[in-house]
Design a protein around this ligand. Sequence first.
Ligand code: MG
Length: 293
Amino acid sequence: MRFVQFKENEKGDEIQLGIERRDGGEIIQIEGTMQELIEGGIEMVTSLKKQLDSDPSASDLKVLQRSKVSLVSPITNPSKIIGIGLNYKDGAAELGKAEPKSPIVFLKLPLTISGTGSMLPLPNSITRQVDWEVELAVVIGKRAKNVDEADALDYVFGYTVGIDYTARDIIATNGGLWTLAKNFPGFSSLGPAIVTKDEIIPFNLKLETRVNGAIKQQGNTSNMIFGIQELISYVSKHIELLPGDVILTGTPAGLGVAKNPPEFVQVGDKIECSVAGIGTIVNTATVARETKS
Ligand code: MG
Protein backbone atom coordinates (compact mmCIF):
# COMPACT_ATOMS: atom_id res chain seq x y z
CA MET A 1 0.00 0.00 0.00
CA ARG A 2 0.96 3.63 -0.44
CA PHE A 3 0.70 5.83 2.62
CA VAL A 4 0.88 9.61 2.59
CA GLN A 5 0.65 12.50 4.99
CA PHE A 6 -1.37 15.45 3.76
CA LYS A 7 -3.16 18.66 4.64
CA GLU A 8 -6.61 19.52 3.39
CA ASN A 9 -6.26 22.79 1.50
CA GLU A 10 -9.30 24.36 3.14
CA LYS A 11 -8.61 23.10 6.65
CA GLY A 12 -5.33 24.63 7.70
CA ASP A 13 -2.27 22.93 9.07
CA GLU A 14 -3.45 19.66 10.57
CA ILE A 15 -1.40 16.76 9.18
CA GLN A 16 -3.56 13.75 8.32
CA LEU A 17 -2.76 10.18 7.33
CA GLY A 18 -4.00 8.67 4.11
CA ILE A 19 -3.85 5.75 1.71
CA GLU A 20 -3.05 6.81 -1.83
CA ARG A 21 -4.87 4.51 -4.25
CA ARG A 22 -2.07 4.88 -6.82
CA ASP A 23 0.73 7.41 -7.46
CA GLY A 24 -1.09 10.72 -7.90
CA GLY A 25 -4.52 9.16 -7.27
CA GLU A 26 -7.30 9.77 -4.76
CA ILE A 27 -6.51 9.68 -1.07
CA ILE A 28 -8.51 7.78 1.53
CA GLN A 29 -8.22 9.48 4.89
CA ILE A 30 -7.53 7.06 7.77
CA GLU A 31 -7.33 7.53 11.51
CA GLY A 32 -4.11 7.73 13.49
CA THR A 33 -0.64 8.92 12.67
CA MET A 34 2.09 7.61 10.39
CA GLN A 35 4.19 6.82 13.45
CA GLU A 36 1.38 4.66 14.91
CA LEU A 37 0.95 2.91 11.58
CA ILE A 38 4.67 2.17 11.32
CA GLU A 39 4.78 0.89 14.88
CA GLY A 40 1.71 -1.27 14.13
CA GLY A 41 3.82 -2.94 11.48
CA ILE A 42 2.84 -4.99 8.49
CA GLU A 43 0.04 -6.57 10.56
CA MET A 44 -1.74 -3.22 10.73
CA VAL A 45 -1.18 -2.68 7.01
CA THR A 46 -2.64 -6.12 6.23
CA SER A 47 -5.69 -5.47 8.35
CA LEU A 48 -6.29 -2.09 6.66
CA LYS A 49 -5.96 -3.75 3.29
CA LYS A 50 -8.51 -6.42 4.24
CA GLN A 51 -10.97 -3.77 5.40
CA LEU A 52 -10.68 -1.85 2.13
CA ASP A 53 -10.80 -4.94 -0.07
CA SER A 54 -13.90 -6.28 1.68
CA ASP A 55 -15.84 -3.06 1.23
CA PRO A 56 -14.04 -0.73 -1.19
CA SER A 57 -16.96 1.69 -1.53
CA ALA A 58 -17.96 1.87 2.14
CA SER A 59 -19.90 5.07 2.63
CA ASP A 60 -18.00 5.98 5.77
CA LEU A 61 -14.71 6.21 3.84
CA LYS A 62 -13.52 9.77 3.41
CA VAL A 63 -12.08 9.91 -0.11
CA LEU A 64 -10.34 13.12 -1.13
CA GLN A 65 -9.57 14.32 -4.64
CA ARG A 66 -5.98 15.42 -5.17
CA SER A 67 -7.00 18.97 -5.94
CA LYS A 68 -8.29 19.27 -2.36
CA VAL A 69 -5.06 18.27 -0.60
CA SER A 70 -1.37 19.09 -0.38
CA LEU A 71 1.05 16.32 0.46
CA VAL A 72 3.69 16.83 3.14
CA SER A 73 6.61 14.53 3.88
CA PRO A 74 5.30 11.05 4.75
CA ILE A 75 7.63 11.11 7.77
CA THR A 76 7.78 14.29 9.83
CA ASN A 77 9.47 13.45 13.10
CA PRO A 78 11.75 10.41 13.01
CA SER A 79 14.34 10.13 15.79
CA LYS A 80 17.00 10.48 13.09
CA ILE A 81 17.88 10.32 9.43
CA ILE A 82 20.92 8.20 8.61
CA GLY A 83 22.84 9.18 5.50
CA ILE A 84 25.17 6.92 3.55
CA GLY A 85 27.94 8.51 1.49
CA LEU A 86 29.62 7.29 -1.70
CA ASN A 87 27.42 4.21 -1.99
CA TYR A 88 27.09 3.90 -5.77
CA LYS A 89 29.84 2.51 -7.97
CA ASP A 90 29.12 5.08 -10.71
CA GLY A 91 28.79 7.88 -8.15
CA ALA A 92 32.17 7.18 -6.53
CA ALA A 93 33.78 6.83 -9.97
CA GLU A 94 32.60 10.20 -11.29
CA LEU A 95 34.02 11.89 -8.19
CA GLY A 96 37.34 10.08 -8.69
CA LYS A 97 36.99 8.40 -5.28
CA ALA A 98 37.90 4.83 -4.38
CA GLU A 99 34.97 2.63 -3.39
CA PRO A 100 34.75 2.64 0.42
CA LYS A 101 35.65 -0.56 2.30
CA SER A 102 32.79 -0.10 4.76
CA PRO A 103 29.67 2.14 4.66
CA ILE A 104 30.29 5.86 5.25
CA VAL A 105 27.63 6.94 7.73
CA PHE A 106 26.50 10.45 8.67
CA LEU A 107 23.47 11.99 10.37
CA LYS A 108 20.86 14.43 9.17
CA LEU A 109 18.50 16.18 11.57
CA PRO A 110 14.73 15.66 11.44
CA LEU A 111 14.26 19.44 11.25
CA THR A 112 15.74 19.37 7.71
CA ILE A 113 12.74 17.41 6.39
CA SER A 114 10.49 18.79 3.69
CA GLY A 115 8.16 17.13 1.22
CA THR A 116 7.09 17.23 -2.38
CA GLY A 117 5.64 20.55 -3.50
CA SER A 118 7.80 22.41 -0.99
CA MET A 119 10.21 25.21 -1.70
CA LEU A 120 13.93 24.56 -1.24
CA PRO A 121 15.33 27.64 0.55
CA LEU A 122 18.86 28.26 -0.75
CA PRO A 123 21.13 29.71 1.97
CA ASN A 124 22.80 31.94 -0.61
CA SER A 125 24.66 34.08 1.91
CA ILE A 126 26.64 31.01 3.04
CA THR A 127 26.83 28.76 -0.03
CA ARG A 128 26.29 28.94 -3.79
CA GLN A 129 26.97 25.24 -4.33
CA VAL A 130 23.82 23.36 -3.42
CA ASP A 131 23.71 20.02 -5.24
CA TRP A 132 21.03 17.38 -5.80
CA GLU A 133 21.24 13.74 -4.67
CA VAL A 134 18.34 11.41 -5.49
CA GLU A 135 18.19 8.42 -3.14
CA LEU A 136 16.13 5.40 -2.23
CA ALA A 137 15.04 6.00 1.38
CA VAL A 138 14.40 3.05 3.67
CA VAL A 139 11.82 3.56 6.43
CA ILE A 140 12.56 1.42 9.47
CA GLY A 141 9.59 -0.45 10.98
CA LYS A 142 11.00 -1.96 14.18
CA ARG A 143 13.67 -1.22 16.75
CA ALA A 144 16.88 -2.62 15.27
CA LYS A 145 20.05 -3.28 17.20
CA ASN A 146 22.84 -5.69 16.18
CA VAL A 147 20.72 -7.04 13.33
CA ASP A 148 22.12 -9.72 11.01
CA GLU A 149 22.10 -9.07 7.28
CA ALA A 150 19.95 -12.14 6.71
CA ASP A 151 17.18 -10.69 8.91
CA ALA A 152 17.62 -7.03 7.98
CA LEU A 153 14.58 -6.69 5.70
CA ASP A 154 12.34 -7.81 8.59
CA TYR A 155 13.09 -4.40 10.13
CA VAL A 156 11.90 -2.41 7.11
CA PHE A 157 8.42 -0.85 6.98
CA GLY A 158 8.69 0.50 3.46
CA TYR A 159 10.46 2.78 1.02
CA THR A 160 10.18 6.35 -0.14
CA VAL A 161 12.16 8.79 -2.31
CA GLY A 162 14.74 11.06 -0.68
CA ILE A 163 16.69 14.09 -1.85
CA ASP A 164 19.86 14.59 0.17
CA TYR A 165 20.65 18.21 -0.74
CA THR A 166 24.29 19.04 -0.08
CA ALA A 167 26.29 22.29 -0.09
CA ARG A 168 29.54 21.12 -1.70
CA ASP A 169 31.75 24.05 -0.70
CA ILE A 170 30.83 23.75 2.98
CA ILE A 171 32.28 20.23 3.13
CA ALA A 172 35.66 21.67 2.19
CA THR A 173 35.47 24.48 4.76
CA ASN A 174 34.41 22.14 7.56
CA GLY A 175 37.34 19.77 7.65
CA GLY A 176 35.76 17.41 5.14
CA LEU A 177 32.85 16.65 7.50
CA TRP A 178 29.35 16.61 6.01
CA THR A 179 27.16 17.70 8.93
CA LEU A 180 26.99 21.44 8.21
CA ALA A 181 26.71 20.90 4.45
CA LYS A 182 23.61 18.71 4.73
CA ASN A 183 21.50 20.17 7.54
CA PHE A 184 20.02 23.41 6.24
CA PRO A 185 16.20 23.66 6.40
CA GLY A 186 14.60 21.67 3.59
CA PHE A 187 17.76 19.70 2.81
CA SER A 188 16.10 16.30 3.39
CA SER A 189 13.16 16.05 1.06
CA LEU A 190 11.07 12.88 1.45
CA GLY A 191 8.03 11.57 -0.38
CA PRO A 192 5.67 11.52 -2.08
CA ALA A 193 4.47 8.31 -0.37
CA ILE A 194 5.80 5.41 1.67
CA VAL A 195 5.32 2.22 -0.31
CA THR A 196 5.13 -0.75 2.03
CA LYS A 197 7.77 -3.41 1.57
CA ASP A 198 5.30 -6.08 0.47
CA GLU A 199 4.70 -4.08 -2.73
CA ILE A 200 8.19 -3.28 -3.92
CA ILE A 201 11.44 -5.10 -4.59
CA PRO A 202 14.08 -2.46 -3.89
CA PHE A 203 17.14 -4.01 -5.54
CA ASN A 204 16.65 -2.98 -9.17
CA LEU A 205 14.90 0.39 -9.21
CA LYS A 206 15.68 3.25 -11.58
CA LEU A 207 16.45 6.62 -10.00
CA GLU A 208 16.40 9.94 -11.84
CA THR A 209 16.91 13.66 -11.19
CA ARG A 210 15.63 16.35 -13.55
CA VAL A 211 16.30 20.06 -13.15
CA ASN A 212 13.99 22.32 -15.16
CA GLY A 213 13.11 19.23 -17.19
CA ALA A 214 16.71 18.30 -18.12
CA ILE A 215 17.93 14.92 -16.92
CA LYS A 216 20.87 15.21 -14.50
CA GLN A 217 21.08 11.87 -12.70
CA GLN A 218 20.09 8.44 -13.96
CA GLY A 219 20.96 5.37 -11.95
CA ASN A 220 19.77 2.06 -10.59
CA THR A 221 19.70 0.73 -7.04
CA SER A 222 21.44 -2.42 -8.36
CA ASN A 223 24.57 -0.26 -8.53
CA MET A 224 24.88 0.23 -4.75
CA ILE A 225 28.22 -0.71 -3.22
CA PHE A 226 26.65 -1.79 0.09
CA GLY A 227 23.16 -3.23 -0.29
CA ILE A 228 20.14 -2.40 1.83
CA GLN A 229 20.52 -5.40 4.16
CA GLU A 230 24.20 -4.69 4.66
CA LEU A 231 23.47 -1.03 5.47
CA ILE A 232 20.76 -1.84 8.03
CA SER A 233 22.93 -4.46 9.70
CA TYR A 234 26.04 -2.28 9.73
CA VAL A 235 24.29 0.82 11.06
CA SER A 236 22.38 -1.19 13.70
CA LYS A 237 25.65 -2.45 15.14
CA HIS A 238 26.67 1.16 15.84
CA ILE A 239 23.46 3.16 16.21
CA GLU A 240 20.16 1.73 17.40
CA LEU A 241 17.43 2.25 14.80
CA LEU A 242 13.86 3.07 15.85
CA PRO A 243 10.52 2.78 14.03
CA GLY A 244 10.18 5.69 11.60
CA ASP A 245 13.91 6.27 11.23
CA VAL A 246 15.03 6.86 7.66
CA ILE A 247 18.15 5.57 5.94
CA LEU A 248 19.17 7.50 2.82
CA THR A 249 21.04 4.83 0.88
CA GLY A 250 23.29 7.00 -1.29
CA THR A 251 23.13 8.57 -4.73
CA PRO A 252 24.18 7.53 -8.25
CA ALA A 253 26.28 9.52 -10.73
CA GLY A 254 25.12 12.77 -12.27
CA LEU A 255 25.92 15.18 -9.43
CA GLY A 256 26.17 18.84 -10.30
CA VAL A 257 29.64 19.08 -8.79
CA ALA A 258 30.92 16.41 -11.21
CA LYS A 259 29.68 18.18 -14.34
CA ASN A 260 31.95 20.24 -16.55
CA PRO A 261 31.50 23.06 -15.77
CA PRO A 262 29.95 22.30 -12.37
CA GLU A 263 26.22 23.01 -11.99
CA PHE A 264 24.42 23.91 -8.79
CA VAL A 265 20.82 24.68 -7.84
CA GLN A 266 19.78 28.23 -8.73
CA VAL A 267 16.84 30.29 -7.48
CA GLY A 268 13.75 29.34 -9.47
CA ASP A 269 15.00 25.88 -10.45
CA LYS A 270 12.47 23.05 -10.43
CA ILE A 271 14.09 19.89 -9.06
CA GLU A 272 12.34 16.57 -9.68
CA CYS A 273 13.69 13.34 -8.20
CA SER A 274 12.09 9.98 -8.93
CA VAL A 275 12.47 6.37 -7.91
CA ALA A 276 10.60 3.87 -10.08
CA GLY A 277 7.63 2.28 -8.33
CA ILE A 278 7.50 4.97 -5.65
CA GLY A 279 7.06 8.36 -7.30
CA THR A 280 8.54 11.82 -7.71
CA ILE A 281 9.44 14.62 -5.33
CA VAL A 282 9.19 18.12 -6.80
CA ASN A 283 10.90 21.08 -5.10
CA THR A 284 11.33 24.63 -6.34
CA ALA A 285 14.36 26.61 -5.21
CA THR A 286 13.92 29.97 -3.58
CA VAL A 287 16.10 32.25 -1.46
CA ALA A 288 16.28 31.47 2.25
CA ARG A 289 14.97 34.32 4.39
CA GLU A 290 17.68 35.80 6.55
CA THR A 291 15.53 36.50 9.57
CA LYS A 292 17.07 36.36 13.01
CA SER A 293 15.20 34.64 15.79
MG1 MG B 1 23.55 11.44 -0.20
